[in-house]
Write a protein that binds this ligand. Structure first.
Ligand code: AGP
Length: 615
């Protein structure tokens, strides 16, 4: 997704902007740019296709002075990645510059009107339409920049987080938001703006989150005011504290953020269960559930909505909650749910799972659920994110900042929180004996240590990665609780190594996919000695009979399976319902090592973004 950073204050803006863009690189992008204002002088703009380092090379020591500026990393939506389409975009006169994260749905009609009014366009972007529209309104209505921005946004349909500067009002910076995230940071007589906390946290932790339909005017003299765009009325914002830790934005000695985050999982899971379970004191409690106990216990069904890896977590939740708590669960792709006119009643609880808390489809699906009277619950990792703020209740995963585009620690902490949810609901519905309740809590409490053990398979996965790094296809198979993990393992491989991979329920093989099996098809089978172990063995026999190459994730000590598998990756034994958390670890490492061996950009895979805030 696009990244935004802006500054207004007494310091030189350029170093703050360029460093802020580097902090935003993790979001995934294809070009970047900056614009700096130095008093009444002309706006200086530099923008370049490629990485921020390319932008720096293009600037190549040119003196850029000015204490008001905007910076942007672009993830192309309208128009290819090139220098012209990179942001900032500027108006016909060159006096106004804008950066934008989002999509303007009605940009074509707006562009047509501007063209008819004699405006010309240099780029293919929807963003250029905004800046031209602002200038047109400013000139025609003879209004100040703030009012021109406000009126222009009243004509715009779609998602935006924009920041605007103008030569005519060089001591002002205006930011506005609809759907795409925006954070305002308060410094000493200076302000910072970011699409998230990453470019801000080293300067200040004191922030306000712009909500949809809001804008802020930041002045160089340190004054500011927030206002509602439509109503044109001012308001006092809530001031929050950023929870980012700067060291989380560093690699900490690892070659990639993804590997660092894979190894952070024991700590992240420990942080996500801490204070929420106790086997000795016999409790499992998520604050949000506790607060809405009756709604959950009496719910007709729980509907999970999510995308990507978070959707895989939701699939595991279905097994967990129906198995333990006996509450009907449905799992929906948020992108489908929002458009298919689903039946939702007040007796439903709609639970959104989202690491970023900003995924456009998941937000829209949640809004639909709210409009139909369902109670909403959010499971997010980013504190203060839109989904966490719009839900009636929720639980944060405490994975810490996840920089790698491929989700790892966020996924396993989602599973940990969902495990607590299932156990708590089962207990509240009287579905668990005291002994069973206690044994589940004891095992869950030991999981961080078992993840630590599972990480020891790193060297084995590296050997296997070396053998299969040139595979063109991969199959991932799992049963029961581990069917979603087969999907997740396939997604990890796809998204960072660009190898085509598919996940299937193991039993599904005989209904078609087994036709794919031959000596060139690597098949990863998740086969812990729990659940439908014997059935998985049968599936492996079927694959072996057709010369498929089998990589098996097994319970440590399982000698029987070695007879069938070409490669074996051991994980510690645990309750069947917790095997997904452990089985995921080797799949993350396998995908990581294959991607590194293929010289892929592991942390910022091509075409991908960390948070898909556009539809
Ligand atoms: C997972 O590795 C991907 N980065 C992607 O599928 C991601 O899970 C999806 O975009 C949902 O993101 P969210 O959890 O922030 O909503």
């Amino acid at each position: 997704m696009c990244g935004i950073v802006a500054y207004i204050g007494d310091k030189e803006a350029y170093p703050i902007l360029i460093n802020g863009l580097k902090r935003l690189e993790y979001r995934g992008y294809d070009s970047s740019g900056i614009a700096v204002l130095n008093g009444m002088e002309k706006i200086t703009i530099h923008k370049k296709k490629g990485k921020v380092s390319k932008l720096e090379e293009a600037i190549n020591g040119t003196k850029i002075s000015g204490s008001v500026g905007i910076g942007h990393t672009r993830w192309a939506t309208h128009g290819p990645a090139n220098d012209v389409n990179a942001h900032p975009h500027y108006s016909e006169s060159g006096k106004i510059a804008v950066i934008h994260n989002g999509i303007i749905e009605n940009y074509i009609s707006l562009k047509r009107e501007l063209l008819e009014d004699g405006y010309t366009f240099k780029s293919d972007t929807d963003t250029e339409v905004i800046v031209q529209l602002i200038e047109q309104i400013k000139l025609k209505a003879n209004v100040e920049l703030e009012e021109a921005v406000r009126i222009a946004l009243g004509k715009v349909v779609g998602a935006y987080a924009i920041v605007v500067i103008s030569e005519d009002e060089p001591d002002k910076l205006i930011a506005a938001k609809m759907s795409s995230p925006m954070v305002i940071g308060y410094g000493e007589n200076e302000f910072f703006v970011g699409s998230d906390g990453a470019p801000i946290v080293e300067h200040t932790r004191k922030v306000s989150y712009l909500e949809d339909g809001q804008m802020v005017v930041l002045n160089k003299d340190g004054s500011y005011y927030f206002k509602y765009i439509k109503e044109n009325t001012n308001f006092i914002p809530f001031v929050d504290e950023l929870t980012y830790k700067l060291e989380e934005l560093e690699k900490g000695g690892f070659e990639h953020f993804m590997l660092k985050e894979i190894y952070e999982q024991p700590r992240a899971i420990r942080d996500s269960i801490r204070g929420r379970i106790s086997s000795s004191e016999q409790f499992a409690r998520l604050g949000g559930i506790y607060e809405y106990e009756n709604a959950f216990v009496n719910a007709d069904r729980l509907i999970f909505i999510a995308c990507g890896t978070s959707w895989h977590s939701a699939l595991v939740a279905e097994y967990l909650i129906e198995d333990l708590a006996r509450i009907p669960v449905e799992v929906e792709y948020a992108s489908e749910f929002r458009y298919r006119n689903p039946i939702i009643t007040e007796k439903d609880i709609v639970i959104a799972i989202s690491q970023s808390g900003e995924t456009a489809d998941t937000k829209a699906a949640l809004e639909l659920a709210k409009s139909k009277g369902a109670m909403t619950y959010g499971i997010c990792n980013v504190v203060g994110s839109a989904i966490s703020r719009m839900s009636d209740a929720g639980s944060y995963t405490h994975a810490g900042t996840e920089i790698g585009v491929a989700s790892t620690k966020a996924f396993t902490t989602q599973l940990a929180v969902l495990s607590i949810m299932a156990i708590e609901l089962a207990k509240r519905k009287g579905r668990l004996s005291v002994n069973r309740f206690q044994s589940l809590l004891t095992e869950l409490d030991q999981l961080p240590e078992k993840v630590e053990i599972a990480l020891k398979c790193n060297s084995i996965t590296k050997v296997i990665a070396d053998i299969f790094q040139d595979a063109n296809n991969f199959l991932y198979l799992g049963r029961g609780y581990n069917f979603p993990i087969a999907l997740e393992g396939a997604l990890k491989l796809k998204e960072i190594s660009y190898i085509h991979a598919e996940g299937y329920p193991a039993a599904e093989m005989k209904h078609g996919p087994i036709a794919l099996i031959d000596e060139n098809m690597p098949v990863l089978v998740i086969a812990p000695k729990r659940g439908h172990y014997d059935k998985v063995i049968s599936n492996m026999e079927e694959i072996k009979a057709r010369k498929g190459k089998i990589i098996a994730v097994v319970t440590e000590g399982d000698e029987e399976i070695s007879r069938l598998a070409d490669f074996v990756i051991p994980i510690p034994d645990t309750e069947e319902c917790f095997t997904p958390i452990l089985a995921t670890i080797p799949l993350q490492l396998l995908a990581y090592h294959i991607a590194v061996m293929r010289n892929c950009n592991v942390d910022q895979p091509r075409n991908l973004a960390k948070s898909v805030t556009v539809e």
